[in-house]
Design a protein around this ligand. Structure first.
Ligand code: PMP
Length: 353
């Protein structure tokens, strides 16, 4: 009854959302601070009696606001039910059934699953070191078959490192297909968003989310910035009403309150720097993070999985990816200063056992 490809699908496993409340949750890169008060106000103003009516199918107001933010036309903006929906539609729009999509590994493990659902193929290349992305385009282009859609997560998850704007530009100018820049974490980076490049390079489009920097993971809002041609293709394939009334209202308010988002990013960046140094002083290997998480390797002789288990006994959850390339590290979301102090003190108690 069930399609063969779905029956045998190795589905994506989202990070755990535990039912117990008093837990320090550092496992899914959520923002520890609440969304803007303007969001609270906007949601409370959504008319309950209007819920019997369908929402705006094309997110007119949210696109208007996002267009002002990015200095483009609303025709360059598409909103999705979380950026996950934008990524799924990207496979529909750019990859034939049986065709090839590609990206780097380690990366976001949803991508190969989306390709498999679509009955297309996914090929992953080793993540290049920052500074070598342009040269990597030459290597990929030499292959017999180049993916029609190539994903660059920038900054990358789970490694927390970033490519420069010049590298992304060089990669795209050499690349014969379409380049999706997944900017889920870019608001936490030094260089910020590269969405403007989607307006000057016809084969780049940028996907952004309100889940992390805008503290709206529970609302499910993502959007893409790209050429009007790309945006209109997404409008052809999306669900008729993919953004409900609450998420449209929340998106408008959150995007309007840039100061709130920026202040929270500054706080998270400052906590991130402090905790990275604390971990390094305890013998951990922690690359400089451009995201709201640390990609941290315990001192030699200590298994990441063991540390995760011990933290968990004390009510602190972090993420471990058991695959060969990633199993030596933990992905630790940056929480509030007091959450991270608690995290450090539990770590110290593990070390002294
Ligand atoms: N891209 C990357 C790299 C991510 O880590 C995530 C979060 N899991 C997403 C996209 C999806 O974000 P959302 O669907 O919440 O917008």
């Amino acid at each position: 009854m069930i399609r063969k490809s779905i029956y045998s699908l190795d589905a994506y496993t989202p990070g755990e959302q535990p039912a117990i409340k008093n837990i320090i949750k550092l496992n899914t890169n959520e923002n520890p601070y609440p969304p803007s008060p303007l969001v609270v106000e906007a949601i409370s103003k959504v008319s309950v009696s209007d819920l019997r009516l369908y929402p705006d199918p094309v997110c007119t107001e949210a696109r208007r606001i996002a267009a002002i933010l990015h200095g483009c036309s609303p025709d360059n903006i598409f909103f999705g039910n979380g950026s996950d929906e934008v990524l799924r539609l990207a496979i529909d729009v750019f990859v034939e059934h049986g065709g090839l999509a590609g990206g780097f590994v380690p990366g976001y493990s949803l991508y190969p699953v989306l390709a498999a659902i679509h009955e297309s193929r996914w090929r992953a290349w080793p993540l290049p070191q920052p500074g070598t992305l342009g040269a990597c385009a030459d290597e990929i282009c030499k292959e017999r078959e180049c993916p029609s859609l190539f994903v660059i997560i920038n900054p990358n998850a789970p490694t927390s490192t970033a490519f420069s704007r010049a590298e992304i530009g060089e990669f795209a100018s050499k690349y014969p297909g379409v380049v999706l820049v997944d900017e889920a974490y870019s608001d936490f980076s030094d260089s910020g968003s590269m969405a403007d490049m989607a307006l000057t390079h016809p084969n780049i489009f940028v996907c952004r989310t309100l889940s992390k920097s805008y503290s709206l993971a529970g609302m499910r809002v993502g959007y893409l910035v790209g050429s009007a041609e790309i945006v209109s293709a997404f409008y052809k394939v999306k669900d008729s009403y993919n953004m409900d009334r609450f998420s449209q209202a929340a998106a408008c308010a959150a995007l309007t309150d840039q100061n709130w988002m920026r202040a929270n990013c500054r706080r998270i960046r400052s906590t991130r720097g402090r905790i990275a140094l604390e971990l390094i002083s305890r013998g951990w290997n922690v690359p400089e993070s451009q995201t709201n998480f640390l990609w941290a390797e315990p001192p030699s002789g200590v298994r990441a999985e063991f540390v995760m288990g011990e933290l968990r006994k004390s009510g602190i959850i972090v993420r471990h990816f058991p695959e060969a390339l990633t199993r030596s590290r933990l992905r630790i979301t940056v929480g509030t200063d007091s959450q991270m102090d608690e995290f450090l003190s539990v770590l110290d108690s593990i070390a002294s056992v």
